[in-house]
Each structure stands twice: as structure tokens, then as C-alpha cells.
Design a protein around this ligand. Sequence first.
Ligand code: ADP
Length: 226
Amino acid sequence: MILLDRVSKVYGKTSAALDRVSLHVEPKEFVIIVGPSGAGKSTFLKLLTREERPTSGKIIVGGIDYEHLKDKKIPLLRRKIGVVFQDFKLLPAKNVYENVAFALEIVGVGNKEIQHTVPRVLNIVGLSGKEKNYPKELSGGEMQRVAIARAIARQPKILIADEPTGNLDPKHAWDVIKVLEKINKYGTTVLLTTHNQDIVNKLKRRVITISGGKIVSDKVSGSYKV
Ligand code: ADP
């Protein structure tokens, strides 16, 4: 599903943010990426979403070889990858239903399909009944679950969750993690970055530790050691 072969990224004249990273993630895996601040985690995620290009090395995601990826095909790639961020990025003037519907409208999905899809994804994230709430009327955990609903509405093959629990208290953090596990169970590959030791240690998933731009450990059922 995700293949990196000796991928390096050097910004400007600084030392490499990623240094010959090779990695293989199978479809339907749940992978946690940990590492100290500045380790290269965000750079890694930005290479996957094509916000950044590697200085060298090969990246193949869902059968798409990034070396031969034309700019006009980038939207197609982004449809395969849903992303959620620490700060949710919801539209404050739209309610829960509209936030999710809007993500479909902008890519040209028809009304009928929107009416079918939005309730389905809100049900998956446990927010049925909150359709009419505005972001300011939701808890942080609920806002993050709206963001997840929006990210999965287009049925991406991969969901990237970049510090999704960074702004949440433990209870809401776990609500969000449970939703990620559910989505993974339904068949989506999940990449999660987090600094939350408790979550990493309890999930018992593959843990990749990045430090100084290199993968320093990759464990099937790993724990948090940074
Ligand atoms: P992490 O997400 O693990 O905190 P980053 O990928 O953001 O790490 O950063 C890795 C290194 O690359 C850091 O030294 C950071 O300063 C540098 N870096 C990240 N983005 C840029 C950029 N746009 N321009 C220059 N340097 C950058």
C-alpha cells in the first residue's frame, strides 16, 4: 500500500529532514509513528500527501509511483488519502452535517450520494444526532470525530491522523482512537502520529520510531520509547 525506498528530504541547505528512509506498509495495517519533535514525522506525512517532494528516493502509494505523478493527477491521489490534524480544521459557520457534506460537494459528488453518505459516516464516528450542531457546540473529541467523518467520507484507502489527540483530554482522546481502530477494522490503512505514551503502549500496534530523519526502530507490537 505504501512503499518508500531510500527516501531523503533536504530542505534548503539544512541537514536531511529524512535520511534514506525505507518502509513498507501493507494494506489494512495500523501503524503508529513516534519520535521527538523535529524527527521528520511531518515531513514523512507531507511526502505521502505530495505536499513535499523527496530530494531522492522512490515513493509508491496505492500503486501510484510519485516519480511519474503529473500535477493534474494529484487530486486523484489525495482522494486515496484522508487526513486529520490536531486542530480539526472544521468550518465554523457550517454545522456537523454541512462540514462533512462540503468535503463531498467540492469534489463533485451528487446530492443523492451526499444524503446517503453523510449519515453513514456520522454513524461510524458515533455522532448521529449531532448533525445540526455547530463546531462551537461540540467537545474537542466530537470535533475531531467530525474531522474523521469528513476524511473518510470519500472512502480513502489510507487515513493519516497527525497528532489527532494532541488537544484532547484522555477520555476524548480514547474516543477518537477507538474510532480510528474501527475504521481500520473496516479495511482502511491507518497512520497515526502521537506523543501520547499511554495510547501507544495500550494499542499494541506496529510502532515506527523516527529520530534524526531515520527509522531507528520498527516493531510489530511496539511501545513508546523516545
Ligand atoms: P516532526 O514532525 O517530527 O517534528 P518535521 O518533519 O517537522 O519533524 O521536521 C524535520 C526537520 O526538518 C526539522 O529539523 C525541521 O526544522 C525541518 N523542516 C521541516 N519543515 C521545513 C521546511 N519547510 N523548511 C525547512 N526546514 C524544515
